[in-house]
Design a protein around this ligand. Structure first.
Ligand SMILES: [Zn+2]
Length: 305
């Protein structure tokens, strides 16, 4: 999953080497490669980078066998929101990030982002009332095929249903949810493709056309049903390849969510909105322990800086 980034860095390093042609500089380049984003970016012109932890949620259920790595209880979710509130964080959405990077706006002092992937009906049933109760917002990246399917079926079962367009619209309209793109029908690993990644031996142009069509189909549906432009994309299962971002950028996406854990250090550099790190919140962990785990990334980053 990290290959494309490594390749890009290597290429950049190579160019630097060619320009300076000196042994001393080689050491400098090597050092740069090991410097975290927090210190290596100077795009903000001296302004300190903004630390942004992003939390990743999927399903919310009261009980059952599904509780685990990707399904937590409503109580656990509420405890997280209480933690966020009592520790002075302000939840932000993708518009806030775009405002910060592209329009010179500032972010709240301690920003944090809540994200939900896959668009389960449980997000509306359990998470939405809690988000409203604490006056917080979340980014929900939906799978188009399932939202269309459950909108058609009218099947509302908290265990397995996905969000329908009416629910998405009402959550968007209150400003609580920011709906984004998690592919129309590429959220699989058992149909010969790993998420939205290029297949072995598949031509680049063939792949790009396939991705453009699928992601475009959901963006069209979001535009039609919610009257908004999807600007962020969450890679299904965190899989991507070198051409993925090329297509997304060409389509007008301004950022992506990865499944790599860590904290983001943002300057006003547009490229930093791609591959934003997120921290998965599993069941059976107290909010204190979960946030401590997130916090550890920050400590590690500052130590290596
Ligand atoms: Zn997913």
């Amino acid at each position: 999953m990290i290959f494309p980034k490594v390749i890009r860095l290597r290429r950049r390093a190579l160019v630097a080497v060619l320009v300076v042609m000196g042994g001393i500089f080689l050491a400098g380049v090597a050092a740069l490669l090991h410097t975290p984003a927090a210190v290596s970016s100077s795009a903000s012109g001296g302004e300190a980078p903004v630390e942004l932890p992003i939390l990743m949620y999927h399903h919310v259920l009261k009980y059952g066998q599904q509780l685990g790595a990707y399904t937590i209880t409503p109580t656990e979710f509420e405890k997280d929101l209480q933690y966020i509130q009592s520790h002075g964080y302000t939840t932000i959405d993708t518009d806030d990030l775009i405002g910060y990077v592209y329009h010179g706006k500032s972010l709240p002092e301690k920003p944090i982002m809540i994200t939900f992937d896959d668009g389960y009906y449980s997000n509306y049933f359990y998470a939405y009332p809690l988000l409203k109760k604490y006056n917080m917002k979340a980014v929900i990246s939906i799978i188009g095929k399932y939202t269309d399917l459950y909108s058609e079926r009218g099947d509302l079962h908290v265990n397995y249903s996905h969000l329908n367009w009416d629910q998405l619209l009402s959550m968007e309209n209150t400003g609580t949810a920011d709906i984004q793109n998690h592919t129309y029908d590429l959220h699989t690993t058992d149909q010969g493709r790993k998420g939205c990644k290029k297949n072995w031996g598949e031509g680049a142009e063939e792949y790009k056309a396939m991705l453009r069509a699928d992601v475009g189909k959901l963006s069209d549906r979001i535009r039609e049903m919610l009257g908004k432009e999807a600007t962020f994309f969450a890679y299904p299962f965190g899989f991507y390849c070198e051409e993925t971002d090329e297509v997304l950028k060409e389509m007008g996406f301004l950022g992506t969510f990865s499944s790599e854990e860590g904290i983001n250090y943002l300057t006003r550099e547009p490229d930093q909105l791609f591959h934003l790190k997120r921290n998965n919140r599993p069941h059976d962990l107290t909010s204190e322990d979960f946030f401590e785990k997130v916090e550890k990334h920050r400590k590690k980053d500052s130590k290596s800086a």
